[in-house]
Every structure is written in structure tokens, then in C-alpha cells.
Design a protein around this ligand. Sequence first.
Ligand code: GAL
Length: 708
Amino acid sequence: MQTCLKSCRRPLALAIFYSLLASSVLGQRLSNAQTDVLFPPAEMMTIGVYYYPEAWPPEQWERDIKNIKRFGFEYIHVGEFAWAFMEPEEGKYDFAWLDRVVDLAAKNGLKVILCTPTPTPPVWLVEKHPEVLVVDDYGRTMVHGTREHATWSSEVYRGYVAKIVTELGKRYGNNPNVWGWQLDNELSHYGKNYDYSNASQEKFRNWLKAKYKEIANLNRDWGTAFWSQRYQTFDQIRIPNEREYVAQFNPHSMLDFQRWFAENAADYLRFQTNLLRRQTKNQWITSNFMNSHREVYPTLSRGDLDVMTWTIYPVHGQMNQGPLGYRLGDADAMSFMHDYMRSLNSVQGIMELQPGQVNWGEVNPWPLPGAIRMWILRAFAGGARLVCTYRYRQPLYGAELYHKGIVETDGVTPSPGGLEYMQAIKDMQLLRTSRRPNSVEPKDYAARRSALLYHFDNRWDLDNHKQTTRWNTMGHILKYHTALKSLGGPVDVIDETSDFARYPFLVAPAYQLVDSQLSARWTKYAEDGGHLVLTLRTAQKDRRGHLWEGAWAQPIVDLIGARIPTYDVLPGSLTGKVDASGKTYDWGVWGESLEPQRGTNVLATYADHYYKGNAAATTRRLGKGSVTYVGVESLGGELEKDLLRGVFERAGVAARNLPSGFYVEWRDGFWIATNFTEQTLPAPVPTSAKVLIGTRDVPPAGVTVWIE
Ligand code: GAL
């Protein structure tokens, strides 16, 4: 056992020192040349596995690591929960065990992803500094024993984090066997969502002071001339917490809090990144973001991290799409995340993917045989450069002992999911041998390129005031993403920093918070030849979340060529009907009645209720492009698909008509079809094409890969 260095007697002073040190280094990203060294293009996508040496007898490590290699995995992921083993006593570090694991991995030809262990502070730390603990919305202070119970706002905690991260960096930052780093783990407070500790209260107030300068500005933007909310000083402000309010919260303060919370999380990752970068050479840094998590916003870390990764457990008891959805996973959400992460950074992948049953869902069924392999190849199609599975061994004790691993409880026999991983590894080996390095994206595929505009501000604000319990923000966004995927082109999930002109088609679903610059950009985009699709609730508010003193959705009235005088929402499970191109669709969540101006064509009309005959969707030409507005959400998503198909048709672009949950994508010269439906479906394989994996008819949970 190796121990080293001083103990920390003055955490506050050190925290300040380390913050200064961290903030003096700007976040930087890998160059293309570095990327090619760390992620050789010929490998396309690598597959690895989580391993917890601290949980197993050291005499089993070599056997386990040899087996991991024998099964075909290419790297191990270690250390994210091992702080108590790395620093068993304050300032006394023990890395001897980790040295051995890194050496064993290297000897067996495995790379290592090393993690900062910051989600799990050792007990001595929180015992000495209970002020670092997260406080939940009921005002309860969390205790030692699980994870993510320390606040990222605490300078005291950051001081300790800085020391362990620096020690790790010093020890492994030059180690050629350490391939890359993961910061923390699924940055979040899990079920607690937000942190209301004193450290966070203070940091939020400081953020508000910096943002508003004068309290009068905050009073104006938060609209505090309502229920006498008016504040006299910043010190009077607390984090908005529904549990502390008698009536509804102020939506503008909540939006600001959500922005601050996400920025604080990103700042915490940046803090760690900057510390590590001082020590590391030829290694990359990531953090594994949670799929569909709402409180932490991955886009904010794009400039700091070299690699974007995320976690997904597709099967954990929810029904998802279709009768087999509960065994195949949420195809829509998974598909969206691939497109979102890849658009943030082309070097991205899945850091955690389940190898079988999990333990934490309300019901934890088995994935359909084949599904695990399909998810891995779906990740390949989605552009992933790495897929890692959680976890190698099924634990024999602890909260996750019902969680399957790559091997069964005996520690050596591959589980059914483990066998699927091995199959997927073989699939990747086969694809590597057939790779054609200079393949060019097929023209008809590229012509269908579309972008979906996405911003957490809208997600937060829409969720904060739904106006109907039937409203589901992500559900609405996913309907459009799914519709775009069914047209068979590449889809990027972009934000406002992107150049819209790169995309022939741009869809902004329920983009509620808008300013005049954005509506001007949208206008120019269409005038220059882009095909813009805006949907209900778009531009109803300014960036603060205030309604416009003017027409409803004022900034887009001229752009869409229609006024939006009213909207309706239906209670219970009531439905209304909408007609479009001879078909009738059900709706019930949200329906705007549109008043088209001259030159605007009606695409859909309401078929019942007192506004029967009113327009529900419109389109108009604008300059060289077009603007389509869809004011209603259909229940099944078919209307959205048909309307988007119409946009493509009017633009003269031939689209596919893929069933939802059936994906056909192109990457690195390969066409990949994956089937998340309950039916066997034909892949669009030309007769002259060569099928490398699977068959021309793709069964449920099946994959077909071909080259043309
Ligand atoms: C993830 C988490 C892992 C593990 C896993 C179990 O969300 O990052 O540490 O708990 O769930 O499925």
C-alpha cells in the first residue's frame, strides 16, 4: 500500500487556490490528429466494460481481466465509486491496487478509462464537513451511504475534489495504458433532482447578482409585481421550491434557477476538467450524461469535454412503443440521444448500456433476445465511437445485486447478455475488415439531411407551465424526431449556435422562448431556400418567459403567415379530429386555431368541436424556401409524419417511408437497419448490394448491415 502527501488542514484556502488554478486554464478539445490517434478511424467503434476491482478479491483480478480480453472487450472502465479506497484517510492516498489493475489491463491488451471518484465521498469527509451534504426539497440533509450526496456548490467539497483529482492526474496522467477519463458519474442527484443546501442558495444568489446587477432588474424580469413578490435585496431570495410555497411558484424565477443549476453542474465538470488537463497527456476526458435527464444540460459542457458520452438502460419496465416495446426499449428516446450527442461532438458514445435485467426499475423484465446486440449496432449506426457496458460481474451484495453482468454470479460464465455483447464485438470485427475508408455519404441520403432545434430553456419552461396534464414536452419533441427518422435521412439535433444553412430542413418543435434575432434567422433561413417547420407553442414567450404585449406568438406571425388567436386543450381522454389530405387524425393534447393570411395554404383543418373548419396547420413559400406551421399535436404521431413528408415532397426531395422504430442509417460506407418493432420488416437492400450481417428481412430485435 502506498501512501502519500499532506493531509488537508485548510480545505477552504485550498479550494480557493484550486479554483483559481482551474479557472486559469481554458477548456480545450482534442485536435483532429489527436482524435485519430485516440480513436483510430479504422476501429470505428470500440466496446468495453465496467469493472469494480475494489469489490472483488485481488486474487480474482487477473482471471477477470484475462476473461474480459478473451471475450473481445477492448477496454475496462474503473474507479468512479472508489474514493474510499483511493484516499482511505484524509490525505493518505492508496493507488497501489489501482496501479496493479492498470498494469494487468495493459498486460492483457486492454485500455483503461479511469474515473474521478467524486460521486462518492468517503465517510470521513462528510463526517468532518457535514456542510457539503445535499439538502432536498423537504429541507432534509442527505447522509453518507449512497452517492451524489455532496453538493457541487460547496467550495469545501471542491477543495477535496481538487486534491483527489490532482493526485489521480499526477499518477496516471502520463500513463500510456490510461486511454481516457470519466469525470464523476451521471452528474445528478438522482431522485432528489435539485440541491437546496446553503452552499447552493448562496451560489444561486451570487449568480443572480452577476446577472441582474440591480434588484430592480430582477424584479422586472421575474415579474414580481404579482402577489407582492417584490424583492428589496438579493439576500432575500431563496431557491424556488414548490414545497415551501402555498400557491404556484413564479415561473421566471424557476426558469432562472434551472438555468443556474445546469450552469453550476457544467462549471463543476469544467473545474475537474481544468485540473486534470494540467496533468494529462494524450488522454481524453468525458463525463457520462444521463439519458433524458432534465436538470443537467450536456450542451453546456460541449466546449469542455473531448468526448461526449451518455448512459441508457432501454429496458426497465416501461411499455415504450408497440407490444414488444417493454423488451426492445424506448426506440424513440434512444434514437434522439444518438442524434443529439453526435451533433454535440462527433467523438461520442454510450458509456453505460445494460447487459440484461436491471434492478432499479419498478418491473425489471428481460430484454428480447437479440435486443442488446441490436442496441450496440444501433449505436454504431448512430455514429458512436465507443459503447461500454455496465457491468462485467453481477454483484453479490449491495443495492444492485439483482443487476445482470456480462458474466453470471459465478464470475466466469457468460450471461445471455454477455453472449450478445460477444456477438456484437464479432460483428464490429467483421465490419472493420470491410471498411472502405474514403466512402462518401450517398447523395440521396444527404439530400434528406434535417435538423431539429433543441434547447433546455424550452423544456424547462414548458414543463413548468404545461397548461394541460396531457402535455409532455419530450413526447412532443420526440414525435417530430421520430417523424424525421421515418423519412430516412440523417437527423442532427442542434442548438442556436449551429449554422441552420447546412440543413435543407429545419424543425423547431414547441420552441417556446424566442427573441427577434431568432425569428429573423428563421426568416432568412427560409428566404435563402431552407424549409422551416415550426410547431405549436413556438414563440409564445420571450427569453424571460413573458408573453408578448402584442399578438399571440408575435415574433412568428409574419413568418408563418398566420395569426394564432386561440388554442384548445381537451380534458380527460377526450379527442378531437383533424383532417389533412383526405385522412383523419385524432388529437387531444393541444390544438391551435390558425387564421392564415393571403398566400398561406391550409394543410389541416379541425373536423369537429365548435371551431370545426378552422386551420390546424399551414404552409407558405418564403423566398426560395418554405415555412410550415403545425398547430396541433396528433395522438399517434401520424399527422406529424404525413405533414413532414409533404414538406419533403414540395421541396422535391424523395423520402423513405419507414415504420416508426425501424431505422435505416448510413455510416462509414455501411447501411444499417435495426428493428425495434414487433414485425419482421424488409430492409431496403438493393439486389446488387452485399449483406454483411443479418438478412434482407429484419426480424424484431434484428440488425442487417449491407454495403452497396
Ligand atoms: C446507472 C449508474 C450506474 C449503475 C447503473 C445500474 O444509472 O450510472 O452506476 O447504478 O445505473 O443500472
